[in-house]
Design a protein around this ligand. Structure first.
Ligand code: KG4
Ligand code: ZN
Length: 354
């Protein structure tokens, strides 16, 4: 089965072609046109600018993904598109394009939840039937921080989530406080790699918010404020590369410690057979290795799956992969109806995962 994926929920215009065959998903093309440079000037994503860029790029990106996959539109069995959550002016470009292509090409169309895509990015290149349930997924992106329990495919129960900022958002805001640019996650993790830990008197004690709360919720807004106060108290920090690196190091340690601790607590309670990591922050090497080590130490028999780093951040292969599993769950009649989905699919900024 050949599936075209389209993703425009935030600041990446993305299209991909995947093939599902012999119990495995393979990516034939994965094209992402990033708008980072455009939005960096403003310190975050500007919805109307994103929309304009998506409009300019969407058809060339789709054309490139078809060319690179060596497939034509006749080969496509299913079109899939992110229809929420995200920025409406951005989402509408992807959904309108997907609907138009479905109508003209007479191909079935399915709408996919962005986070469902991130979760299913973990299955790219894996043996599909080797996934064991129940499964617990730590979702960490720019807009979401959630612990999601899955008892079977496409079945989601959110057992914990952030009460304020998402983990990626905290990385972005702290980078802004430190004058480092946008997006903060990759910049901060790069600064941590430069950090040499010299002996100096600069001590930082950042909080681990909600680490001991009895639920599986998170809060990162106070951590960001703690960084802000540290900088306000000592303006010298911003003048010294090494002090900025140290603050980045301490911040990344605080975020990853809370994320790993809460995930292990949820593992104790829900006893999953598989733990997965998903969303843009899953590209963070420290989080990837910390969670891996902690699980290996305390829960030896659990399978731990992380997405390939290229599929951690926003892309369309993950959307097409999730669409494959949705399609598999439909009977013949429902599959037939997908050809008229271009009339029905709604674009929703706050679409719920269900
Ligand atoms: O999933 P994603 O690409 O877009 C959303 O759905 O939000 O995630 C983007 C977020 C940004 O906040 C970015 O700073 C963060 O992921 N991010 C990282 C890293 N790479 C991206 N955070 C920490 N470490 C990274 N290496
Ligand atoms: Zn995302």
């Amino acid at each position: 089965m050949i599936i075209l994926g389209i993703e425009t929920s935030c600041d990446d215009t993305a299209a991909a072609v995947i093939k599902a065959e012999n119990d495995k998903i393979s990516v034939l093309s994965n094209v992402v046109s990033s708008q980072i440079k455009l939005h960096a000037k403003w310190g975050g994503v500007v919805p109307n600018l994103a929309s304009r860029e998506h409009l300019k790029n969407i058809l060339p990106v789709i054309e490139k993904s078809l060319l690179e996959s060596k497939k034509t539109y006749q080969d496509i069995d299913l079109i899939s598109v992110t229809n929420g959550p995200g920025l409406i002016p951005a989402l509408l470009i992807g959904t309108t394009t997907a609907k138009t292509l479905s109508y003209i090409w007479k191909k079935p169309l399915t709408g996919i939840h962005h986070i469902e895509g991130h979760i299913y990015a973990n299955l790219i290149g894996k043996k599909i039937n080797s996934i064991k349930f129940p499964l617990l997924c730590l979702v960490v992106s720019g807009g979401h921080t959630q612990l999601v329990l899955m008892r079977k495919h496409l079945d989601y129960k959110i057992v914990g989530e952030t009460l304020d900022d998402a983990a990626g958002e905290a990385f972005d805001k702290v980078a802004r406080i430190l004058g480092l640019g946008y997006p903060g996650g990759p910049i901060i993790s790069q600064r941590v790699q430069n950090y040499k830990n010299p002996k100096n008197s600069f001590k930082v004690n950042l909080p681990r918010p909600m680490i001991n709360s009895q639920d599986f919720n998170f809060s990162f807004s106070g951590l960001k404020t703690a960084v802000l106060y540290t900088v306000k108290k000592n303006q010298n920090i911003l003048k010294h590369h090494n002090l900025i690196d140290k603050l980045c190091f301490e911040f990344q340690e605080a975020v990853t410690e809370v994320l790993v601790h809460k995930t292990l607590k949820a593992v104790e309670k829900y006893k999953p057979r598989t733990v997965m990591l998903a969303g843009g922050v899953s590209a963070n090497e420290r989080l990837r290795s910390r969670l891996k080590m902690a699980l290996k130490k305390e829960f030896k028999s659990i399978d731990y799956i992380m997405p390939n780093i290229g599929y951690s951040i926003d892309n369309a292969s993950m959307i097409a992969t999730a669409a494959y599993f949705r399609f598999q769950s439909y009977n013949k009649e429902k599959r037939e109806k997908l050809k008229l989905n271009w009339k029905k699919i709604k674009t929703e900024a706050n679409l719920k995962l269900k």
